[in-house]
Design a protein. Sequence first.
Length: 184
Amino acid sequence: MIAMQYNFVLPADYDMAAIRERIATKGPLLDNLPRLVFKAYLHAEQPEHAYAPFYLWRDEEAMHGFLNGPAFAGVARAFGWPSVQTWTPWHATVVAAVREARVATHSSAVIAPYSALSELREQEEAYAQQALAQGALAVVIGFEPVTWTITRLCLWRDAAAGPATPGERRYHVGHVSAPGLTSA
C-alpha cells in the first residue's frame, strides 16, 4: 500500500462553498476506482482555507495511474501543480463505516536521527489502536524516510475524540470514496 496527499492552501477570501460543491460533484466519480482503498476529500477553513485530499492506494501502480490520468490533470488545472507527498503505511485500518466520516485529524512528526525505528513503530501502532478504540473509522500511519517523518491520519464519524493536540490539523470530510474497502 501507499498513502498520498496533496494540499492546496487557498486565499483567505476563497469561497469554500465552491470546494464543497466540487467535492459533491467530483467525489462520487472515484467511488469505483480500481485499486483505490479510499480517498478522503478533506477541506478546512481554519487556520487557513485548504483543500487536502488524502488517498490510500493498493499499490504504487494505482497511484501512478491516477497521477498520470485526466482526474489529476483536472485538479492541477483548477488549483495548480501541487507537491504530492507519499508515505509507506506502517499501519492502515479502514472500518466498514468509513463512508460516514465527517471529521479528520492529521498530524506529522519528525523522526529524531538514530531513533530506534522498531520502537517508534510499536508506539505508532499503540497510537493507532487507541484511536480505533476511541471510534476512529480509519487510521493510517505513514512512514517517510527521505525527510524522516511520520504522518497520522484518522477519520471520525463526528467531532474527534478529545481536544486537538499540539500540531494536529482538523479537517471536514466532504466525501469518502472507498472502493477497496472490502479488501483493505
